[in-house]
Design a protein around this ligand. Structure first.
Ligand code: PLP
Length: 455
């Protein structure tokens, strides 16, 4: 039976609510990524590792808000942090410096020593945006390079070749920058230089050829949180960017406090020039952090006369240029409190979360083997994805396109019907609240689907 039949029967209220939502919101959603066909499930409640939809169906949640919720839903530590910071002290927002900003910066730096100086933003998107401005301003070179399949936020500079069709994407050795939205070329005629992930020969050649114009190379050290870079690739990328005076930006919005507590840079022993963080470090609330080499970050330092803008008033010629960075909500006290509570809890519970993840990965693969279904898990730390293939070598976006994507989708919908939630085709992010009960529910759903439903 096609999984949509059961899906339609189980999620009638979601269907109705989505139809109404479409009258007001394009596609019924507030972010494109929330949409999937035939229609997304509308959620209502959550607790720990569980999420409940408007029809009353319960799911083990593996989306975890795209990896943001490291402690699951409604964690007591987060509630306490909100209670103390927001309710007890009544401090929603100051718009002034406050102590938690330094406390939070110190905590982040203890795991990311490459972040010698830090600035806060309100999302991962804003973090990479600032990182790129810092890198290009610092080097005076305006072109940037990114890797095919890597996501850094939804804005003009980087919204290229996240998920391009292989007929548009060009040769692997010199990929095209394919726009992922209409309108991009209206804002800028400059496309990023596109690089092939995990292909160091081609990457080295392309960087070398463009070095005089390139201010920055931005990369997810683990693509999408689940396709690891090869060590040799990373080591060499660090060497060549350094040699050419190009700023290496590690976008650790997804990998930070997930691939390892210290992110991809801990795993690969690489010191990037700039790092961006987000997701986990907000404890479920919007945040981003940018940090890196002191000499780069300090170009945003207001000058001795107190100027914050690099503007006119006759000062420009004498005053040192300032890179402007601001945001009404930057360093929001409640979010720094929930973020700090998250990191402190992870310090206790991260190993146990890794153990759950590794067991789940191994057991899913075992069930796949037993049912003779091509199914592999791929990932590091507390995130992974399911890849329908017998091939062990998924190096990058293109390899992924050559796996059995329709089987993966079918699997996902059957699993939704059995109460296992991730957005179809998405990753699994594990929280500290996934335990024995969730493991059992997940494996019994897999067992049922792999043996009775698929194909
Ligand atoms: N960078 C990476 C690696 C991400 O995974 C994401 C979000 O998924 C972003 C940047 C953008 O972050 P945000 O959605 O908080 O703007």
């Amino acid at each position: 039976e096609h999984p949509f039949i059961q899906y339609g029967a189980k999620t009638k209220k979601s269907y109705e609510l989505m139809k109404e939502a479409e009258d007001y919101l394009p596609g019924g959603v507030t972010a494109n990524i929330k949409h999937f066909a035939p229609y997304p499930i509308v959620m209502k409640k959550a607790d720990g590792a569980w999420i409940e939809d408007v029809d009353g169906n319960q799911y083990v949640d593996y989306l975890m808000a795209y990896g943001s919720l490291a402690l699951g839903h409604g964690h007591e530590d987060i509630k306490t942090a909100i209670q103390e910071q927001m309710i007890q002290d009544g401090t929603f927002l100051f718009g002034t410096p406050h102590e938690l900003e330094t406390t939070f910066a110190k905590k982040i730096q203890s795991y990311y020593p490459s972040m010698e100086k830090l600035r806060f933003t309100n999302s991962g998107t804003e973090a990479t945006l600032l990182a790129i401005r810092l890198a290009t301003a610092f080097t005076g070179k305006k072109k940037i390079a990114k890797f095919e399949g890597h996501y850094h936020g939804g804005y003009n500079d980087v919204l290229y070749s996240i998920n391009p069709s292989l007929d548009e994407a060009g040769e692997e050795e010199s990929p095209e920058a394919v726009p992922e939205s209409s309108g991009l070329d209206l804002y800028s005629d400059e496309r990023p230089l596109m690089l092939p992930f995990n292909n160091i020969e081609a990457t080295e050649r392309l960087i070398g050829k463009n070095a005089s114009e390139l201010g920055a190379v931005i990369i997810e050290p683990v693509q999408g949180g689940f396709i690891p870079a090869k060590q040799q690739f990373m080591t060499r990328l660090r060497e060549i960017t350094k040699k050419h005076g190009i700023i290496l930006i590690f976008d650790e919005v997804k990998t930070g406090f997930r691939s390892a507590l210290g992110g991809g840079q801990e795993i690969y022993h690489i010191k990037p020039d700039i790092t961006t963080l987000g997701k986990v470090i907000g404890g479920g609330f919007p945040i981003g952090v940018v940090g890196g080499r002191e000499e780069i970050l300090t170009i945003s330092k207001p000058n001795a006369t107190g100027d914050v803008f690099n503007v006119g008033q006759g000062k420009k010629s004498s005053a040192k240029e300032i890179l402007f960075h601001s945001g009404t909500y930057n360093g929001h006290p409640t979010i720094l409190a929930t973020g700090l509570a998250t990191i402190e809890r992870l310090e206790q519970d991260f190993d146990q979360t890794i153990a759950y993840t590794n067991t789940l990965k191994a057991e899913i693969e075992k069930l796949g083997n037993k049912a003779n279904i091509p199914l592999k898990t791929l990932g590091l730390g507390t995130i992974f994805s399911i890849v329908c293939t017998r091939d062990n070598k998924i190096r990058h976006y293109r390899d992924l396109q050559n796996t059995n994507l329709s089987l993966r989708k079918e699997l996902d919908f059957h699993l939704l019907n059995e109460g296992i939630y991730t957005k179809p085709m998405n990753r699994y992010s594990i929280s500290t609240t996934h335990g024995d009960k969730e493991m059992e529910a997940t494996l019994s759903a897999y067992d049922k689907v792999l043996n009775n439903r698929l194909g």
